[in-house]
Design a protein around this ligand. Structure first.
Ligand code: ADP
Ligand code: MG
Length: 365
């Protein structure tokens, strides 16, 4: 009979890390970009090598990491952003679990170059052991900010690595989708994305200019022509207090919901063949909102049966009206009073489209 043995500490760490980085490349890029945004970066550059298979580097011009934190940043559950679980409700920064860097140490070759404003142009290069323990630090030239280099992702999980190699094209497309979402929604942040094939030079993929509006960002990312096929969405409605719990306790301001963004004109010929450009946000945080997606697509179908809309929709609502802490990757969001919200959404979107038809009857030209 086989003896039951405890799993070796290192393996546990690897398995758990694989769960944090559950969405593969998308999770890696998302975590690193969010760290840059949390550090107040106004410029974020993402460099892929071989679509991310060989390397992913995220370079920001944010606050940098202070020397007193070097030892702890990659240790599990160390985070400068949260001290207790109770803080989760009010958390406004993107990252809050202190797991991304720790997981990347267990899954890849991680190297960080960082400099705070007072240190630049001198910076520090940091390397870590698989456990997240600091392995080495050395002085190097660096501008203010942080560059995180992730090489050979999933090298310690051979099955995941093989799977990634097999699906790299699709994974890379998904990653670009999420980067487009961040670049679109983050006003005042300059995004630039590059890819370098195994044999060849680094080439730009897309870039934004640090614009003051989402509109300009969308134009930079998807092109001025794409923008001209869109109508601005600016829906605002109140959830009716039909349910107990949150709604009963809610203050008036907590019941207001805004949906801000862009959507394809509700006219045949103005949509897209596939629902491939649909981005959703909650208070500026990119996330998956299948219910909202379904509701919007359903309304759009009434006006354009043959196509799917481009959707860029930021749902702005009180932080009490949803939970972020649903999935390990923080991308799935639980909206309270969802059914209610979807009904109101459909009504106001239908209104918007009806009015659009009346005011711009020849908008196709
Ligand atoms: P979390 O973001 O949940 O705190 P991470 O593992 O992503 O956990 O990062 C750990 C810590 O490392 C952060 O709390 C932050 O203090 C520091 N850090 C990570 N990335 C950056 C960055 N790009 N700029 C400045 N500090 C960073
Ligand atoms: Mg983080």
């Amino acid at each position: 009979m086989a003896t039951i043995r405890p799993i070796e500490g290192r393996s546990v760490h690897q398995i758990q890390s694989g769960q944090v980085i559950s969405e593969g490349l998308t999770s890696v890029v998302k975590e690193l970009v969010e760290n840059g945004l949390d550090a107040h970066a106004t410029s974020i550059e993402v460099r892929f090598k071989s679509n991310g298979l060989d390397a992913i580097e995220v370079i920001d011009n944010g606050d940098g990491i202070s020397p007193e934190n070097y030892e702890s940043i990659a240790l599990k559950h160390w985070t400068s952003k949260l001290t207790s679980y109770a803080d989760l409700d009010s958390v406004t920064t993107f990252g809050f679990r202190g797991e991304a860097l720790s997981s990347l140490c267990a899954l890849s070759d991680l190297q960080i170059v960082t400099a705070t404003a007072s240190e630049a142009p001198k910076g520090t290069k940091l390397e870590f052991e698989m456990s997240g323990k600091l392995k080495s630090r050395s002085v190097t030239a660096a501008q203010k900010g942080t560059a995180v280099l992730v090489e050979n992702i999933f090298k310690t999980l051979p099955v995941r690595r093989k799977e990634l190699e097999r699906n790299i094209k699709r994974e890379y497309t998904k990653v670009l989708g999420i980067l487009q979402a961040y670049a679109g929604v983050c006003v005042g942040v300059k995004f630039s994305v590059f890819n370098q094939p195994a044999k060849g030079r680094r080439t730009p993929v897309f870039a934004t200019k640090g614009n003051p509006t989402v509109r300009e960002n969308v134009s930079n990312v998807f092109g001025a022509k794409a923008l001209s096929a869109l109508v601005p969405m600016n829906l605002e409605f109140e959830m009716k207090p039909t349910r107990k719990g949150f709604q009963k306790a809610a203050k008036p301001s907590e019941k207001m919901i805004k949906i801000v963004g862009f959507i394809s004109r509700p006219v045949v010929g103005e949509g897209r063949l596939a629902p491939d450009r649909q981005m959703f946000f909650v208070n500026g945080r990119p996330c998956m909102l299948p219910q909202v997606a379904r509701a919007i697509n359903e309304v759009y179908k009434h006006f354009n049966v043959t196509q799917s809309p481009f959707i860029f929709a930021d749902i702005q609502l009180d932080t009490n009206a949803y939970d972020v802490n649903v999935s390990p990757d923080k991308r799935t969001i639980l909206l309270h009073d969802q059914a209610e919200m979807m009904e109101s959404l459909k009504v106001s979107l239908t209104d918007l489209f009806d009015n659009h038809e009346q005011t711009v009857p020849n908008s196709v030209t």
